[in-house]
Design a protein around this ligand. Structure first.
Ligand code: NAD
Ligand code: MG
Length: 382
């Protein structure tokens, strides 16, 4: 049996990872973590009997502890305990936490030389240089769960030295065809209604605003060491092609499959092998057409901001991410309109003084300051 720790096991990716584990049967769960959904976590504890769990929220942790008296599973609480979960020796740490909260656990896993399957793209966006340096230093695997990056990772095998450019596909989200005027009026409910994927609320909003693709451009830069000018975004509404690579001779390779995150998750768990998966078989004759469009960065400026922040480097990507997180949660609470999210991001980026080559403290400080500025801007405007 191999041992796995799943950070963020109560989320969309966390739950699908457990489904994959059920079907593979050769993984034993060492630890699970959640923010505060103890109802679901308790079910997972009963089924997988992990050695310990982390519940970040102290109140929820105390409640779970009182319920679990008779069980073998230990309950830790607080965000510092996430680092303990990530650093205990296992065969794989799968990081499915949402947001910047995933960065320190990713670093803790890498420091202790645990292989990582990364869904938490915000780790690489905010701390890409620190995390990738540790991965190299400790000679560990950093396997991408994100479907596009998992596709590129598969495609690059044997072609690492022949890459011309990455063609990162984007579904375009629910508002791809909307006018700017229509975009100004979309509701939270509209934005949460993604055409192709069932995901957590933060990434669903990011997909609607194209910030998700912006974050993924930065994620690709760090995962594959590719220059920003060699990473192109292509809107492909059917989400059948999960990404493509163009090789130096002009050949374009594409990875296709049904839109099912259990496939990239499984590839991380069986890598470098492949076995039968839970993913639905792709029947191309059932799909009328595969379409491709340029992304409209006038309508969706987040993509432009992500390239700018990524190219500037230093603490800019962390600031882009932090301002976006504040804006997304503010939109989800109904405090600001859809189009205000990218205005908040732009304003916070404008006010930021870049720090090149930041250490972790530099990144943590920039994140904190960007959140403060984003809240200030929102308060001033709305
Ligand atoms: P989700 O909201 O469904 O789940 C998030 C998980 O993180 C939950 O277990 C939650 O308890 C935990 N969490 C939330 N805030 C936390 C905090 N402050 N500290 C510690 N834990 C916290 O999110 P998701 O859709 O599963 O996405 C998880 C990550 O995977 C994100 O980075 C997302 O961008 C990425 N991702 C998701 C999908 C998808 O299909 N859902 C696809 C590609 C990439
Ligand atoms: Mg993706």
């Amino acid at each position: 049996m191999k041992k796995i720790t799943i950070l963020g096991s109560t989320g969309s990716i966390g739950g699908q990872t457990l489904e994959v584990i059920d079907s593979l049967k050769n993984w034993q769960v060492k630890a699970l973590t959640a923010y505060k959904n103890i109802e679901l976590l308790e079910k997972q504890i009963n089924k997988y009997q992990p050695e310990f769990v982390v519940v970040v929220d102290a109140e929820a942790a105390a409640e779970l502890k009182s319920k679990l008296k008779a069980e073998k599973t230990e309950v830790l609480s607080g965000k510092e305990s996430l680092k303990i979960a990530a650093s205990e020796n296992v065969d794989l740490v799968l990081n499915a936490i949402v947001g910047f909260a995933g960065l320190e656990p990713s670093i803790a896993a890498a420091k202790e030389a645990n292989d990582i399957a990364l869904a938490n793209k915000e780790s690489l966006v905010s701390g890409g240089s620190i995390l990738t340096d540790l991965v190299k230093e400790n000679d560990i695997k950093l396997l991408p769960v994100d479907s596009e990056h998992n596709a590129i990772f598969q495609l690059l095998k044997g072609h690492e030295k022949e890459l011309d450019e990455i063609l990162l596909t984007a579904s375009g989200g629910p508002f791809f065809a909307y006018s700017k005027k229509e975009l100004a009026e979309v509701s939270v409910e509209d934005a949460l209604n993604h055409p192709n994927w069932e995901m957590g609320s933060k990434i669903t909003i990011d997909s609607a605003s194209l910030m998700n693709k912006g974050l993924e451009v930065i994620e690709a830069h760090w995962l594959f060491g590719t220059k920003y000018d060699d990473i192109k975004v292509l809107v492909h509404p059917q989400s059948i092609i999960h990404s493509m690579i163009r090789l130096v001779d002009g050949t374009v390779l594409a990875e296709m499959g049904s839109a099912d995150m259990r496939m990239p998750i499984q590839y991380c768990l069986t890598y470098p092998e492949r076995i039968t998966s839970l993913g639905e078989k792709l029947e191309l004759d059932q799909i009328a057409a595969l379409e491709f469009f340029q992304a409209d960065t006038e309508k969706f400026p987040n993509l432009k901001y992500a390239y700018t922040a990524g190219k500037a480097g230093g603490t800019y990507p962390a600031v882009l991410n932090a301002a976006n997180e504040v804006a997304v949660y503010s939109f989800l609470k109904g405090e600001i309109p859809f189009l205000a999210m990218s205005r908040v991001v732009a304003s916070v980026l404008d006010q930021h003084q870049n720090i090149l080559d930041p250490n972790l403290d530099g990144i943590l400080n920039s994140d904190r300051e960007a959140r403060r500025l984003a809240l200030e801007v929102i308060k001033e405007w709305f």
